[in-house]
Structure formats: C-alpha cells, structure tokens
Design a protein around this ligand. Structure first.
Ligand SMILES: NC(=O)c1ccc[n+]([C@@H]2O[C@H](COP(=O)([O-])OP(=O)(O)OC[C@H]3O[C@@H](n4cnc5c(N)ncnc54)[C@H](O)[C@@H]3O)[C@@H](O)[C@H]2O)c1
Length: 428
C-alpha cells in the first residue's frame, strides 16, 4: 500500500533526483533529499536551483522538501530512490562508483519493509549483480525477504517544454512481484502517465539503454549522411525534412558537430561493455555508431580549417569564436558537450579560441557576444541556444565576420549567405 503520508528519501539531487523529489513532495509525500555535494545542499536550502531550470526554481521556492548530507535520513524513509550519476571513464568504461557508494552509504540505515528504487541508467544486470550484494552485505537484510528492490529508469529531458517528470510514462522492474507492485503503485501516485511493469529488473534496465542506444544509432546514421551528402552537394537537412513528411516508419534525427549530455554518448557503452564481459557478444553496430558520432568532432574541425583556408588563412593563429558550450539548447548542462572536444582539437592545431555561452559563464569564456565576435576570423556555432539561432547575417556582418561554420545547422543559411558570409553547416 502506498500512502501519501509515507516518507521518501531521494539520494542524489541532480537533473534527475531534484525534479523527482520536488514532484513527490508536491504530491504530498514527506521528502528528504540526500546529497553528498554540500554546495548543492546549501543552494537548495537557500531556495536556489543548482542548475538552470525555470520550473525547478519556481517549485523549490515553496517546496516542503528537506535536504541533508546525512544518510541517517534513510532510517525514517519507506522508499529510498537512488538517482546518482552513471558516467564512463576516459576509456569509455562504465564507472559504477557512484551507484556502489550510494548503496554502501544507505545500507547501514536500511530496515525491513523498505523499498529501494534505482532510477540511474544502468546496463542489464547492475541491480542483481552489483546492488543486491552490496545492500545485503551492508544492511544484513535479504532483498526479496524483507527488503524490496525495483528499477525505474528516469527519462527526463531537461529543457523540454512538453515532457517532464510528471507526465513521461515509465517502466518498472522488480526483484520480485512485490517489489515491482510497490514501485509501480508509487509512480502511479506521482506521475500522470502510464506506468508499465516489466517482467524483471533486467528488462527494465535494458529498456533505458535501448532507448538511448536507439538515439545514438539514428544520429550516427544522419551524421554519416551529412558527411556523404556534403560531397554530393545535397543539403542533408532538406532531405531529412523531406523524408519526415512520410507519416509512418521514419523519425527525423539531425546531424551536428557531435552528441552530448550525460546519456546518449554514454549509455551505449554500458551495454557494449556488459555484453562483451558477460557473454562475449560484440555490439559491432552500436560501437560503430558511437565511433561515427565521436568522429564528428574531428570532422567539424576540418570544416573550420577548410573554410579558413578558402580565405587564405591558416587555422594555426586564427581566432575562432565558439558560440555555445552547453550540450543542448537553452540549458547550462555541459556534460559530454561536443563543444569542449572541438575546442581542444582546435587549440591543438594552434587556433585561438574565444568561447561564449550566455548560459555557461566561466573564467575561460568571454562575457558577451560582442566580445566573442570582435576580430574573429571564423565563427563556429556549437550550441543552438535561441540567442544564437535567432542571429541574422547582418548581426555577424557588423563584426566583419566572413566565415561561419554552423555546427548545429541552426542559422538561416540563405540569410547568412545573402550577407556575403561564407556559410557551411554539417551536411548543408
Ligand atoms: N540528466 C538527464 O537528462 C538524465 C535523463 C535520464 C536519466 N538520467 C540518468 O540519471 C542518473 C543521474 O543523472 P543526473 O543527470 O541527475 O546526474 P547529476 O550529476 O545531475 O546528479 C547526480 C547527483 O548525485 C550526487 N551524488 C553522487 N554520488 C552520490 C552519493 N553516493 N550519494 C548521494 N548523492 C550522490 C551528485 O553530487 C549529483 O548531485 C544517471 O544515471 C543518468 O544517466 C539522466
């Protein structure tokens, strides 16, 4: 039975955990957020969102959510939800450390009757092979014999005006039927969308890596098309938009300078590595998709170089204004953002990079667009923030910009060209 007066603890208050905790608090549950980052805890206590998100900011101002760094808060919780990061290391190997450490930290405070739910994205097998042994060792309890365990992978899409934590359908897998039922009932109480129970923990884990691998593969396909069509003088964006007029069996994905964020460039590696280690199966197709997307960084740098060469300039010593650091439109999240890899490669080739992102101001960036554009030999658009996609050719021409590389295909190509500027996009 899920009752609204139940206590819920959310472990990890990031892009996933914080909106979830706020939602459950809004729905009447008693919520405690447990976070290891003391800066984040202070910000939330002071009613400030640790990341840019209007809805989170609004809700945080009136929420009943309490936040702490003390894992003892787990004791009073009926449900403990883990929302910690699942990154890859520099060799693209899954790094389970945050998941493992959060289980070690909650374990001592667990007691019979509680339900633990993992929301972090993981490969099939993580709940049973990593989480169950840690929880049982540290708590002395038995999963499926007093302690319940479920997996409900988060699908939140930061910056999405339509789909948010309260209306995105979810899937739930349980260690046993009771775990699955309890978790399903909880999500039905907070989410206004379908909650689909899966046959097992592994199935639920697989759903999420499949969703993000699907995106990775489809983006790799259009990135490959972009590179091919550029040589055939065909505008790939027009082609994709044309294909998208087919009302069935086609889904538009668009090419760019690379993929970013904590999910799409990362999650496929969890499946690739787990399959290789566990069954010896090689995900050749998925691995090629990851590689194809990662090659877009080099490709984009080659476009900058070629465009500068056309103006009789070398990349070495040229000033390149990079507009945007975040991995996607109108947000401040820079995790795995392709902008950084491209900047690194440009600098390795001797370019002087001036970067600007109104959502991500740091010591290494300039503070205004004007500063970025002043004396730039070329402009590379790396994020399709509205402030950039709404720029017209005249806005660049004012600064005597004569070369634009549109890494997000977000500018009005015709208008830019009409202003006498050389324009090249990714496949257009
Ligand atoms: N960001 C997204 O758009 C998104 C969407 C769907 C799924 N996910 C998945 O959700 C998970 C969390 O992602 P996120 O974007 O919220 O990450 P995040 O980095 O924004 O937040 C994770 C939080 O967990 C905290 N943390 C780390 N270790 C901890 C520990 N041992 N105990 C308590 N707190 C700890 C971190 O300090 C951080 O605040 C990942 O598995 C990710 O793949 C993310």
């Amino acid at each position: 039975m899920i009752k609204q007066d139940m206590n819920v603890a959310v472990v990890g208050l990031g892009y996933v955990g914080l909106p979830l905790a706020l939602l459950a608090a809004r729905k009447g549950f008693s919520l405690t957020g447990i976070e290891v980052n003391t800066e984040k805890v202070d910000l939330i206590r002071n009613k400030k969102s640790p990341f840019q998100d209007e809805n989170v900011q609004k809700e945080i101002e009136t929420t009943t959510l309490e936040v702490t760094t003390d894992f003892e808060a787990v004791k009073k919780a009926d449900i403990v939800i883990i929302c910690v990061p699942t990154p890859v290391d520099c060799n693209k190997m899954p790094d389970y450390t945050p998941v493992e450490s959060s289980c070690e930290l909650i374990g001592p405070y667990l007691h019979e009757g509680q339900l633990v739910i993992l929301e972090s994205t993981v490969n099939p097998g993580v709940c049973e092979e990593i989480i169950v042994p840690i929880l049982e060792r540290v708590s002395g309890l038995k999963v499926g014999g007093g302690l319940s365990l479920a997996h409900c992978p988060e699908r939140i899409n930061p910056g999405d005006a339509k789909w948010n934590v309260s209306n995105i359908p979810r899937v739930v897998g349980g260690f046993d039927a009771e775990s699955c039922d309890r978790a399903t009932t909880f999500y039905m109480a907070i989410v206004e969308a379908t909650i689909k129970p899966m046959g097992s923990l592994k199935e639920a884990e697989a759903v999420k890596v499949v969703e993000n691998s699907f995106r990775n593969v489809n983006i790799a396909f259009v990135n490959e098309l972009a590179r091919s069509f550029a040589k055939l003088d065909i505008d790939v964006v027009n082609v994709i938009d044309g294909a998208a007029t087919k009302p069935f069996a086609f889904m538009a994905h668009y090419p760019s300078l690379g993929i970013g964020g904590h999910c799409i460039p990362v999650d496929p590696y969890y499946l690739i590595e787990y399959s290789k280690k566990t069954s010896g199966f090689e995900h050749d197709f998925l691995s090629l998709a990851c590689k194809t997307n990662e090659e877009m960084h080099e490709y984009t740098v080659s476009l900058v170089q070629e465009q500068l060469n056309k103006k009789s300039k070398a990349l070495n010593g040229s000033r390149v204004a990079v507009l945007g650091l975040a991995y996607k439109k109108d947000i401040d999240d820079c995790r795995e953002s392709p902008a950084f890899e491209v900047i690194k490669l440009l600098e390795e080739k001797g370019a002087i990079v001036i970067s600007y992102d109104p959502h991500v101001l740091s010591k290494s960036t300039v503070k205004t667009l004007d500063e970025a554009l002043t004396n730039a030999d070329a402009v590379l658009v790396a994020t399709n923030h509205t402030v950039f996609s709404s720029l017209k050719g005249a806005d660049f021409a004012r600064f005597n910009i004569d070369t634009i590389i549109d890494g997000k295909n977000c500018l009005d190509k015709k208008d830019v060209v009409m202003s006498g500027i050389s324009y090249i996009g990714i496949g257009r």
